[in-house]
Design a protein around this ligand. Sequence first.
Ligand code: GUN
Length: 314
Amino acid sequence: MMAQEQSQARLLEGKQVADAIKQEVAREVAQLRDQHGVTPCLTAVLVVDDPASAVYVRNKVRACAEVGINSQKIDLPASTTSAELLSVVQRLKSNDDVDGILVQLPLPKQIDDSQIIEAIDPAKDVDAFHPTNVGYLAMGRPRFVPCTPAGIIELLDRNQIAIAGANACVVGRSQIVGRPVASLLLQRHATVTICHSKTRDLPSVTRQADILIAAIGRPGFIRGDFIKPGATVVDVGVNQLSNVDQAREFFGAESNRRIEAIEKRGYTLIGDVHPAEADLVAGYRTPVPGGVGLLTVAMLMRNTLQAAKWRRNL
Ligand code: GUN
């Protein structure tokens, strides 16, 4: 086919898939209540520091209400110590009414993340960050699966994007996204490459990918020449952009709407992918916002339901 310049990537919207998953969860939650008198309960802990985290936690609590899961939110001050947070987590661990424990990351720098995560009961670890759950996933025997990586796989599957045999490239090696999504893609028989800040000639590696996952936290970092024509580009980044000139450059036809948002709220959200350039090369692209983030919340609902069932051997 000619005219690559004029092609436009199809957007993989998260909403439809997230709504479908939430409906499935809601149906099962109702069944669990009717047949066993059990309503799952999620407790989210927010150490108030970063405004974006507050929004994420609010969205998670709201989704619980949508699907019929009970929820509770514990807000702690930014000055909370490791010992104080540890005692909150230990209390939730021994509270039999709590099925899922979620401690929103990142935590303030005086708190040792690993110590907190390791204190969560693996059976209530709906984020799947505990070493026990990380280990099961690495072995190819997943129990809980981290929400964003699981959501990415659902988004690909429900849009009929083939994973088996595909060249998948993950840019970023975080505990939350990069490493676990690489494990899941491998388990689904993709040929997986993991790239990071020390990767030599990054574009030459990413250009081999049929499925390119960007999870680095750098606004618009993945440019058109990083992308294989027709590839599926999954953008996991959530970055705030307040520069109007940059917004014009990144967003192309969408830039007026984005600039209005900057003028109104002080920023607009941009992922790790340069949207205007990617759209000229990619076959599919997930938008930011409205892409992967919605799936994260939907998969958290599924994990919380799963926790409630597993804890009761249902
Ligand atoms: N921060 C960014 N993503 C996540 C997530 O999936 N869970 C938690 N707990 N914190 C996060």
